[in-house]
Structures are given as structure tokens and as C-alpha cells.
Design a protein around this ligand. Structure first.
Ligand SMILES: [Zn+2]
Length: 268
């Protein structure tokens, strides 16, 4: 597994997938995420977001053209914290839909999801050219397994050719959860994805949760090779270059926060 970082001072960052421990810099899609500086990339079918439209246009046409020299089309999705993954062959295939993951084999498309502390997970399967992105928060943990199942079923993906990147998310330094959520993760994913948090004053026990460890255990169970995995060390909770639901709102769903767009495509 390769540890990387997405921290930068630009409005968005783009990074390569890894295979055999090396970055795929040619003939492969790239993945990336917008940062707080870019503004909120929130997406709802019944809303307009001009900031998002402008930035996605820049990314897809972006100084660096897509594989065939033409800009690719963003494929949006309205998030619902589910484990629903769509396979698409045109940008309109997700129209009006809700879910949390998109995969495709079309180089003319750029699947886009959003995240603000939740983990974006990026996929690229080298043999069949299948790629995509999923949004994995605590409720959606397990969507990585579903995305791999969709790639196998629809495209005949062989998992040994699959590269996966776990994007910036709220890490265990900042992700404190209660006993109920901690036991849910222990029971469903792995023992070491939670550890007790010594707050010193709380009556109820609190735990640090590692979405990274939970997802790495799922990737291992799916047969994804360690040398094909890249993990972002950035924590959206404590690095102010990122938008963060927890940091910006203190957990109050009424308050606004900066949603980031996570995307994957033949954008360089
Ligand atoms: Zn942190």
C-alpha cells in the first residue's frame, strides 16, 4: 500500500492510481478532489450550483484534455449514504437518481460524488478499463465491496487488476464515536478499526474510529492486492484546507458546510 497526500493550495488536486506500488501516469484515468477553497460542491437534482458547474467544466476540459482530446462529461449523483452503485454508459444515466457510487468503462465520462468527512473511494481496473468513485461514510461502509461486485458482474472485472485509492476523509485523530457505532464497526468490519478514547471527563465511553482500517479490511476480503492500493493520509477533520461537516458545523445539520467533489476520469 502506498501512502500519499492530497494537501495542496489549489482549488482541487488530481492524483494517479497505483499498481504494483508504482503510480500509473500514462494510459490510465486520474482521480481527484476539490478542496475547501473551491467552495461547496453540494449537488441536489432540484438545486443549481454555478460554482460547481464552472469548476467541473474546468477539470474536465482542464488545461489538460481527456484521452481523445475532448472534454469529458461529469456524471453527477445525489447522495443518500447508501451502498447503491450504478454502472453507466452515458452522462444522463444517473439523471434523477440517488445513490453513492458510479462506475463506467467510458473514457468520455467523469463520475462525480461528493463528500465532507466521509471517505471517497476511487477504482480503476486496468484490463477492462473500468473506473469510478464511491462515497463511503459510516453508514455506507461496505459500498466498496458492492462497487467491486458491480464491476465483476457488469464488466467481468478481475480483482487482481484493480487499483483502489482511499481519499481524504475524517481520520481517527478527529473521528470520535459512541459505543453503539464502535460496536457496529467491530462486529461488521474489524476489531482494530476502533479503539477507546481517553477523554478524561466523559461518563459514557468514546472511541476513535478508523474508516481506513474498516475499508482496508473489506478490500483485503475482496482480494484487492495491497500493492495496488493508495491511501490518503489527509484528515478532513483537522486540515483546514478541506471542508469538514464536523469541524464546520460541530455536528449541527442546520449549519452550512463545504461539500467537496470527488471525481475520477481520463482528465490528464
Ligand atoms: Zn484529524
Amino acid at each position: 500500500m502506498t501512502r500519499i497526500t492530497l494537501s495542496c493550495t489549489e482549488p482541487y488536486a488530481v492524483r494517479p492510481f497505483y499498481a504494483g506500488g508504482k503510480p500509473l501516469l500514462h494510459d490510465a484515468p486520474f482521480w481527484g478532489m476539490t478542496l475547501k477553497k473551491a467552495g461547496s460542491m453540494r449537488f441536489r437534482w432540484n438545486e443549481t450550483n454555478g460554482t460547481r458547474d464552472t469548476l467541473l467544466k474546468e477539470i474536465t476540459s482542464g488545461g489538460s484534455a481527456s484521452q481523445n482530446g475532448a472534454p469529458c462529461d461529469p456524471v453527477p449523483l445525489e447522495l443518500i449514504h447508501s451502498k447503491i452503485v450504478y454502472s453507466v454508459s452515458s452522462a444522463s444515466d444517473t439523471y434523477g437518481l440517488q445513490g453513492d457510487g458510479i462506475v463506467t468503462d467510458r473514457t468520455s465520462l467523469m463520475p462525480v460524488v461528493t463528500a465532507a468527512d466521509c471517505m471517497p473511494i476511487f477504482f480503476y481496473e486496468r484490463e477492462r478499463g473500468v473506473f469510478g468513485v464511491a462515497h463511503s461514510g459510516w453508514k455506507g461502509t461496505g459500498i466498496v465491496t458492492e462497487a467491486i461486485a458491480v464491476m465483476r458482474r457488469i464488466y467481468g472485472t478481475d480483482v487482481k487488476n484493480l487499483s483502489v485509492a482511499l481519499g481524504p476523509h475524517i481520520r481517527s485523530c478527529c473521528y470520535i464515536v459512541d459505543e453503539e457505532r464502535a460496536s457496529y464497526f467491530k462486529k461488521n468490519f474489524c476489531d482494530d478499526c476502533v479503539r477507546e478514547y481517553e477523554s478524561g471527563y466523559a461518563n459514557a465511553k468514546r472511541y476513535r474510529l478508523s474508516l481506513e482500517k474498516a475499508n482496508l479490511s473489506l478490500l483485503e476480503a475482496s482480494g484487492v492486492r495491497d500493492e495496488n492500493i493508495a491511501v490518503c493520509d489527509d484528515c478532513t477533520g483537522c486540515d483546514e484546507r478541506f471542508g469538514s461537516f464536523r469541524r464546520e458545523t460541530g455536528g449541527d445539520v442546520q449549519k452550512p458546510f463545504t461539500v467537496q467533489a470527488a471525481f475520477c476520469g481520463w482528465i490528464r
